[in-house]
Design a protein around this ligand. Structure first.
Ligand code: FMN
Length: 478
């Protein structure tokens, strides 16, 4: 990875170190210094906006529930294929991106979505480019996560297999995290895709994840301008060529026009002209522990704010979630164990969870590396995705971030399915290579904390009926 241009430069200039507050940018002219983070006067709207008058398809608010356990889906157990209709498609969209809870923060309301998002910024948009979905006109549609409806923004696409397109809006997360938010787009896309994929799998929609695609063409398909919004990933539902060829212009809608030039350059540096292979799905797991249905687990999922370090996790809650989360993933992961029954505290390198690379009590160390956030110290274990920068080009960097997000999302689902809890976690980049005994070229991707919750989060609501939650504050060292 070239640290002087593209994704490598962005990674370097947005790396956290312990001698600088996380919201103070490096003194480098390539970063924007004129934007005030978290300024309510510039708060971007939570979702994209369109003029009234576009054709709207209301999706059924009653979700069909295939009743398949979360663990069976995460294990990759086969499900008979089923043709898509409006209700099935709506279920997939809702379980990946619907508004399931609402909450208040000073001066604003938060629309919590089905999948987590770094800092609750929810910077993604979701589109469905449909062909032959009963009850939905063929065309390109924006998913309205508040009204659980499809708004048609583009004409009938070329291609055969209905395809979901996940896009990212850098300013929505940059409002709080500035240029580092570009990384969050891929983390959050991975997290949302873990739910879109499991929902589609369990509904028999046979999803295929594509992250190498012609960027300009896909941006045109959904009306993204490539600067304030760009495509991140595609999920093709079923066999055949993706229904992703634009046959005419799409309505662009409205987003605030705030650009981070470094993010635009990092994104462009990895752009592609053509298609690559779909992601491998990985081996089916032979053992499937009992768990509630996937839909119930997704709605129950939240990011645990307080974990109890005095209660150890059963060993199965380390082994099974890791095997489920890592199916088909090649990006290296480490596990820092704090409190798992029968397991020595220390650092393990996946897939070897029996012999630690370093045996040590690391709660204090993780607290420091995770910017004084106690979740990283109170968890039963913390999973760390990281990769040697020499292995990455500009597109590979995007894929690695997304893979780490996918692992985070699956760990979340597996943990909640088996009675534990989880939260994503950011970190001081400067401290991770030494923690893991790796060279300084290590690109740290994402942390996930899995542990015993101190409270139960309220289950999310159904389409159009999100539940209201009060804020539980995480512990942070002063
Ligand atoms: C990629 C990612 C990174 C996150 N990083 C942190 C973190 O550093 N600290 C923290 O307390 N929560 C973190 N979270 C949790 C988010 O704050 C949480 O997802 C968001 O507030 C939405 O709430 P929910 O997940 O309960 O729906 C992270 C979540 C994701 C998906």
């Amino acid at each position: 990875m070239d640290c002087e241009s593209g994704a490598g430069l962005l990674h370097r200039l947005t790396s956290y170190t312990l001698d600088r507050e996380w919201d103070v940018p490096l003194d480098d002219p390539r970063l924007r210094h004129d934007l005030v983070p978290n300024d309510l006067a510039t708060l971007p709207p939570p979702v994209k906006q369109y003029d009234a008058g576009l054709p709207v398809t209301e999706l059924p608010r009653e979700l069909p529930n295939p009743g398949i356990s979360a663990t069976a889906v995460l294990a990759g157990s086969p499900v008979p294929s089923r043709p898509l209709d409006a209700a099935q498609l709506g279920r997939i969209l809702y379980l990946g991106a619907g508004v399931v809870r609402t909450g208040e923060r000073p001066g604003r309301q938060i629309l919590f979505r089905a999948a987590g998002s770094a800092g609750a910024r929810f910077p993604l948009e979701l589109y469905a480019s449909t062909k032959g979905v009963q009850g939905v006109p063929d065309g390109v549609h924006w998913y309205d996560p508040v009204d659980h409806a499809l708004v048609q923004v583009g004409p009938v696409p070329g291609g055969a297999a209905s395809t979901l397109i996940v896009t990212g809006v850098p300013w929505r997360t940059g409002w709080r995290y500035a240029e580092r938010g570009w990384r969050h787009l891929y983390w959050d896309a991975g997290t949302a895709l873990s739910q879109l994929i499991t929902a589609a799998d369990s509904g028999g929609a046979r999803p295929r994840l594509q992250t190498q695609f012609p960027d300009t063409e896909i941006a045109r398909l959904v009306g993204a301008d490539g600067v304030h919004e760009f495509p991140l990933a595609l999920l093709v539902l079923g066999d055949g060529t993706p229904a992703a060829q634009a046959t005419g212009p799409a309505t662009g809608g409205y987003l605030p026009e705030v650009e981070f030039p470094l993010c635009t350059q990092a994104q462009r540096a990895g752009d592609s002209d053509g298609w690559g292979p779909a992601w491998p799905v990985g081996p089916v797991l032979a053992d499937v522990p009992e768990s509630p249905a996937l839909d119930e687990v997704i709605l129950r999922r939240g990011s645990q704010r307080l974990m109890d370090r005095n209660v150890q996790l059963p060993r199965q809650l380390l082994d099974w979630p890791m095997r489920g989360a890592m199916r088909g993933i090649e990006v290296p992961h480490w596990v820092v164990v704090h409190g798992v029954e029968g397991t020595a505290p220390g650092i393990y390198r996946w897939p070897d969870l029996d012999s630690p690379q370093r045996q040590a009590e690391l709660r204090e160390e993780l607290l420091r590396v995770a910017l004084d956030q106690y979740l990283a110290a109170d968890a039963g274990y913390v999973v760390i995705g990281a990769i040697d920068g020499a292995e990455l080009d500009d597109r590979g960097y995007r894929d690695a971030q997304l893979a780490a997000g996918l692992v985070e999302g699956r760990l979340h689902l597996a943990a909640y399915a088996l009675g534990a809890t989880a939260s994503g976690m950011t970190f001081a980049d400067s401290e991770v290579p030494a923690l893991l005994g790796q060279s300084c070229d290590l690109v740290t991707l994402l942390f996930t904390c899995v542990g015993v919750g101190e409270y139960l989060s309220r289950a999310g609501g159904m389409p159009g009926a999100p539940v209201h939650i009060r804020q539980v504050k995480e512990r942070i060292r002063d």
